[in-house]
Design a protein around this ligand. Structure first.
Ligand code: UDX
Length: 438
């Protein structure tokens, strides 16, 4: 394979999930010929009809444009996709096992498929978050099962895409990490990303894998830290938002990931923190700090529900509106969303729950108890409510007409799980206000 700067590579992205599909569309937009492969034949046939499996801002436009141009193709045959590609990005799921370890079955399957279809030099790149030393296992598996002499390099190129911002994070990354000991692999990966003006960090494969563990865990730790501070603020009568703002002005701290609330969810932080605790333990280090980061996070949800209980006393039969269900705004993703525990806790107490989310499809699959109802609008949910909870700071909820809400509720109580409103404004509109340290 000739390696020329900015040439279009034949790329296969394995996995059409929240990482793989936006990445595939963005690689195509950079001018590469991309096959996005997924063994879910239904998902692939929907994608061929240009039906997106989930909502991600700007992704659909890129998929449609590049599919029509012939730069992006969808295949359910992994074998065929690998045979036709030079560079294979692995973006399959690595779901958590009950003990916190990551289930690497799908990664191993891809390694076997590469070994089976090694019809020339190929570069296999890990994009999914994987435990440190997985790259080595992929290398060993391919070497063990390959049937030709063809050379295959393995590299780690962890993704840092946030859901809801995946496309802009792809085109404007803070850094691109390339983990490999092969000069050839490094050159190819540099060429693939050549059009992006990004800082590139080249390292060995174990270090690249660890950068991903450490980055996500550190961000989760920042959020848990400010959540712990919010608890002290509640006790001391201080305002965590001001504390976070002033802390954030210090360049060494930065203002990001310092918003206190009901904590982190989603498919990355919960799984990645667990996996880092597990892998550290396996390597011989007891990462107690991260265990506490996790505890603070989950305790925050119970603390929030207890605050509501303190105000409403008996929850049985009370009408509670829950606005915003996805783990964060601009996504319909409900995986490990804090709303799951909170709705569950309120539902178990016998409250009548009226739920609203701008993208409710995934949530409807989860919340099926008899006392849980879905409303078409935030105002429908709030009608006659004894408490209106805000769990996700969707723009439409930030802009809600609180005067209108005040007129239609039974009891004017707002429980703000994201500290998205200002206490003085809410009180001025005639509500009682529950927040977290604010
Ligand atoms: C995260 C990482 O940011 C990304 O780099 C990685 O590739 C995947 O995991 P994501 O899960 O999409 O991305 O969401 P993110 O925006 O990081 O938010 C994670 C959770 O933390 C959300 O539930 C969010 O509501 C919460 N959060 C975030 C806070 O509670 N406070 C904050 O200050 C920031």
């Amino acid at each position: 394979m000739s390696i020329k700067k900015n040439t279009g590579f034949k790329i296969c992205v394995v996995g059409a999930g929240h990482v793989g599909l936006p990445a595939a569309a963005c690689f195509a937009e950079l001018g590469h010929k991309v096959i996005c492969a997924d063994n879910d034949a239904k998902k692939i046939s929907a994608l061929k009809k240009l039906k997106m499996p989930f909502f991600e801002p700007d992704m659909e436009d890129l998929v449609v444009k590049n599919y029509k141009k012939g730069n992006l193709e969808f295949l359910s045959s992994l074998d065929e996709a690998i045979k036709r590609s030079e560079v294979i990005f692995i973006a399959v799921g690595t779901p958590p096992m009950p003990d916190g370890s990551a289930d690497l079955t799908a990664i191993e399957n891809v390694a076997h498929a590469v070994a089976r279809n090694l019809n020339g030099y190929k570069l296999v790149v890990e994009k999914s978050t994987v435990p440190v030393q997985t790259g080595r296992k992929i290398e060993e598996t391919i070497a063990r099962y390959k049937k030709t002499d063809a050379v295959c390099d393995v590299a780690s190129n962890p993704e840092f895409l946030r859901e809801g911002k995946a496309v802009s994070d792809f085109f404007y990354p803070d850094r691109i990490v390339i983990g490999t000991s092969s000069r050839r692999a490094e050159t190819i990966l540099r060429s693939i990303y050549a059009k992006l003006k990004a800082r590139i960090v080249v390292t060995d494969i174990n270090t690249a894998e660890l950068i991903k563990h450490a980055s996500n865990s550190f961000l989760a730790m920042k959020i848990s830290f400010i959540n712990a501070v919010s608890r002290v603020c509640d006790l001391a009568g201080a305002d965590v938002k001001k504390v976070a703002q002033a802390m954030g002005f210090d360049k060494r701290i930065s203002p990001h990931f310092l918003s206190a609330g009901i904590g982190w969810g989603g498919f990355c932080f919960p799984k990645d923190v667990e996996a880092f605790i597990y892998i550290s333990q396996k390597l011989g280090y007891d990462f107690n700090l991260l265990k506490e980061v996790r505890n603070v996070n989950y305790d925050q949800r119970k603390y929030f529900v207890n605050k509501i209980k303190e105000k409403l006393w008996v929850l049985k039969g009370k009408k509670i509106a829950v606005l915003g269900l996805s783990f964060k705004p601009d996504t319909d993703d409900m995986r490990f969303a804090p709303s799951i525990d909170i709705v569950e806790l309120l539902s178990r107490e016998g409250a009548e729950l009226f739920l609203y989310d701008p993208k409710p499809e995934e949530a409807k699959k989860i919340f099926t108890a008899k006392n849980i109802h879905f409303s078409k609008t935030a105002y429908d949910a709030a009608k006659g409510a004894d408490c209106v909870c805000f769990l996700t700071e969707w723009k439409g909820l930030l802009d809600i007409d609180l005067a209108k809400v005040r007129r239609i509720v039974n009891h004017p109580l707002i429980a703000d799980g994201r500290n998205m409103f200002n206490r003085a404004d809410i009180v001025a509109k005639g509500f009682e206000y529950i927040a977290l340290g604010a």
